[in-house]
Design a binder for this molecule. Structure first.
Ligand SMILES: [Zn+2]
Length: 599
């Protein structure tokens, strides 16, 4: 692939890693945070608190956070395009330490919100001028029962970069720097993680086998470090959960996600009860590929011999056209990312793997990060991240910073919906049954990756956190055994994971960076299946309600947002409905495979 891929322009944040303005801003914000504490400390948790005083404090707080995010966002964006550059790593660390210094001054604020005397709270909170902050305030008061004292919280904030967060950064650096050796045409070549994982999608089984062996070997080299890091994080969470009186490892995540634990259990159980859909698909895939002993390196094998390369410009066209089919507003918002250089899609040494969309503040646009390898699934990734970007742009219009971000389970709504739009567009353009079959198969596999694989990972995390609490420090083999058992559960007897696959948990960033993040993907995808089905039934009238959902950002709990669209997330049948749609896709793949004479 020779075309040049877009890189983003970060100069609307800062000129570069050594821009003196970074230092100036850091100093100013640190001072402003100290002043904020001087002005407001001791005045919030008071029976003399007035609405006007609280409102002024919230506005000042919001402004401070916005000013803090700017250098932090810049450092983190810059770092992700070259994690091997020491200057970028140092700037990232500096902004994190700066973040801790600022938070130290601000810690009192949320704590005091939780401590506003109940009578005072009742008296002021009905005031209409506070309405825009009510969701934030209510949520803070819910979380307050888990708060520690201010000096304790301060110590935690100040040491944050020397505890778990430091180990998580180490995991990122270890993974980014790991080279995976593979023999190609008699020569041993070193590949980065992104480059080696892409080979698992190759047509040639021997290439996939060799790539998988290289992945396993590379991860084996990191096993000691990775196991140590994960154990440290599991232990830290155990301690903090105990101090904060969280009853289960998942509870803090559910509370942050504003989800009832019972809802998450329902999603997890319904998904696990539908694992046979995965097995059913892999039986088909085995027949299509003509392989009767499918294993881990066949999981992502393409069902068509030749996978066409899609240049970035074509991907852009497909995505924007598909968005336009839904609404011109969606296309126009996404188009800005290309026109205004908000996308970094290039490949490079030291660039971290994966893809993300980073929102900064409501008054600054988001950025899209990805590694574009010209595979059809990269088009879906582009659509996915742009979906996030549009979500952020819409949420920015009507929300202040404190309600800007949708909670995790809602954060994947627009991204997944965008993928659904692009998928239909691609499918409608194909005429040959083989190609249609291949596209539906890849969609099925992507959906599995978002729904069932995430739930399998969630179950792994649940067991890993409990095992660490009950058994003490866990050896690599124990974590690998849990990983393997939970992944294998999806496949039944249709695909048998090889032993070497057991240590592949070592490269999963989410379980390190944000414990229990993963179930939000399954939640989001199943929700979107329901939304998309609704869109197909309703057509244009749905568009406005959909935009309203995105524009709400994080201004309400998921159950309330979704209720406004007419769905009840406590209902098992709602989630089963999503799983039924996945089964229908598998049946469609079976039909297309039969039409194409592939089985
Ligand atoms: Zn996403």
């Amino acid at each position: 692939m020779t075309e040049s891929l877009p890189t983003w322009d970060l100069t609307d944040l800062y000129a570069g890693v050594d821009d003196p303005q970074i230092e100036t801003d850091i100093a100013a914000v640190t001072q402003a945070a100290a002043d904020f504490a001087t002005t407001y400390r001791g005045t919030i948790a008071s029976d003399k608190l007035t609405t006007a005083h609280l409102l002024a404090a919230l506005q000042a707080y919001e402004q401070l956070l916005g000013a803090e995010y700017r250098p932090q966002a810049f450092a983190s964006l810059l770092y992700s395009t070259d994690t091997a550059d020491a200057a970028r790593g140092a700037l990232l660390q500096k902004t994190r330490e700066f973040g801790s210094a600022v938070s130290t001054h601000l810690v009192f604020f949320d704590l005091e919100i939780g401590q506003i005397p109940e009578q005072t709270w009742i008296a002021i909170c009905e005031d209409a001028t506070l309405a825009v902050y009510r969701h934030y305030l209510d949520h803070e008061r819910q979380m307050a029962v888990h708060n520690l004292s201010e000096p304790e919280e301060k110590i935690l904030v100040e040491t944050a970069n020397a505890r778990g967060r430091a180990f998580a950064r180490l995991a990122t650096e270890v993974n980014s720097r790991t080279k995976f050796s593979i023999e190609v045409d008699g020569q041993v070549i070193e590949k980065t993680q992104s480059e080696i994982l892409v080979l698992l999608y190759e047509h040639d089984r021997e290439t996939r086998r060799a790539a998988a062996a290289a992945v396993s070997e590379g991860l084996e080299g990191n096993a000691h470090t990775g196991t140590f890091i994960y154990n440290t994080l599991l232990h830290e969470k155990d301690v903090l959960d105990r101090l904060r009186h969280y009853g289960t490892p998942e509870e803090s995540r559910h509370l942050a996600n504003e989800l009832d634990p019972g809802v998450v259990d329902t999603v997890s159980e319904v998904c696990a009860a539908n694992f046979d859909t995965v097995a059913r698909y892999y039986r088909l895939k085995g027949k299509i590929l003509g392989i009767d002993d499918l294993t881990h390196y066949d999981r992502y094998a393409p069902v068509l011999g030749q996978e066409s390369e899609i240049p970035f410009d074509k991907a852009r066209e497909i995505v924007l056209d598909a968005f336009a089919g839904f609404s011109s507003q969606l296309r126009d918002l996404a188009k800005r990312f290309f026109d205004e250089n908000w996308i970094d899609a290039a490949l490079g040494d030291g660039k971290r793997g994966g893809a993300y969309c980073a929102a900064v503040t409501p008054d600054h646009h988001p950025y899209v990060f990805m590694n574009y390898t010209a595979k059809p699934r990269d088009v879906m990734t582009l659509a996915h991240e742009l979906g996030h970007g549009v979500h952020d742009l819409l949420a920015a219009e009507s929300n202040h910073l404190l309600d800007y971000h949708p909670v995790l389970p809602m954060a994947e709504t627009a991204s997944t919906f965008a993928e659904a739009l692009v998928f239909d567009r691609l499918l409608s353009e194909l005429s040959s049954p083989q190609e249609r079959m291949a596209l539906v198969c890849s969609k099925v596999e992507d959906t599995f990756a978002t729904v069932f694989r995430q739930i399998a990972m969630y179950r792994f995390e649940q067991q890993a956190h409990r095992a660490r609490r009950e058994e003490g420090e866990l050896p690599t083999e124990r974590l690998s055994e849990l990983w393997q058992a939970n992944q294998q559960a999806m496949f039944g007897d249709a695909l048998t994971l090889g032993d070497e696959h057991a240590r592949w948990w070592l490269y999963i960033p989410h379980i390190i960076d944000v414990p229990f993040y993963v179930y939000a993907y399954a939640f989001g995808e199943l929700l979107v299946l329901a939304l998309y089905a609704q869109y197909q039934r309703e057509g244009d009238p749905f568009v406005e309600r959909y935009f309203a959902l995105l524009a709400a950002g994080g201004a309400a709990a998921p159950a309330d947002l979704i209720k406004q669209l007419g769905f009840d997330i406590t209902d098992r049948a709602f989630w089963q409905g999503g799983c039924d749609l996945i089964l229908q896709r598998v049946q469609q793949a079976e039909q297309l495979a039969s039409d194409a004479g592939a089985v």
